[in-house]
Design a protein around this ligand. Sequence first.
Ligand code: SER
Length: 319
Amino acid sequence: MKNVLVIGSTGQIGSELTMKLRGIYGNANVVAGYIKGAEPKGELLESGPAEEVDITNAQQIADAVRKHKVDTIYNLAALLSAVAEAKPLLAWKIGIGGLMNTLEVARELKCAVFTPSSIGSFGPNAPKDGTPQDTIQQPRTMYGVTKVSGELLSNYYALKFGVDTRSVRFPGLISYVTPPGGGTTDYAVDIYYSAVKGEKFICPIKQGTFMDMMYMPDALRAAIEIMEANPERLIHRNSFNIASMSFDPEIIYNKIKEYVPGFEMVYDVDPLRQGIADSWPNRLDDTCARMEWDWKPEYDLDAMTRDMLDKLRIKFGKS
Ligand code: SER
């Protein structure tokens, strides 16, 4: 990787990944791609190049790749699961139409491509605990349908055209920087905000609903390490299970209470998000990622909770 384009650089993952990539490959070598209405600001804007790159516009992708001699594209444009259920056509247009544009540009201009998949690529027919790397993927959400189709399309471009496509199946991502929007796992971010602001947390997901989660620093490292991995060791490409922690709302609530003793939580279950969560795995088996490219998470629930609370207290002037 020398010259990188991040499509979706101002989103939940992009805003942090772009800065981390700039730290590794040099500010001038990482282009922040954005869409109108979500322009980069502050450090993201000032530290390196930025281009308008709407993933539904293949020409804009190709222009940015040519102009900046890009060799690696991080394709982070997507609608999260609950939003995709409300806007399925747009989710397909961005998730699959956009991916097809990206893969075609990558084929022509010889770029490697990273496109995140998700725990949402599995459905109710997959084993729930220790969900294997290779198993039934029959998601019942539009988000999942785009993710599993994206995995297949990316593998097709690797096999048929030799495009270096790689990817990981992200769990719910937790960060204090850019809040997610419209995901099923978002409650595990929102709960920290409530704890630090001194508010009661209203949990939209039922007690006993387990999902994989990951602290953002581990997720960013995974996205970079998979693209740097020795291709000769890779048996899989799109997409690797990765995991670091799995919990239900009670477990994260009780963990936060260890550090914020008066913290209160009540349930008001959102049927849409609950239905999505019920169809997803409880805990993925990430053995293949560990064996093929030495994946290893650094944060567990306790380490993440201490860091989230510290950073959010600083953010909200509560330290
Ligand atoms: N965080 C995503 C969502 O909840 C899952 O990949 O939609």
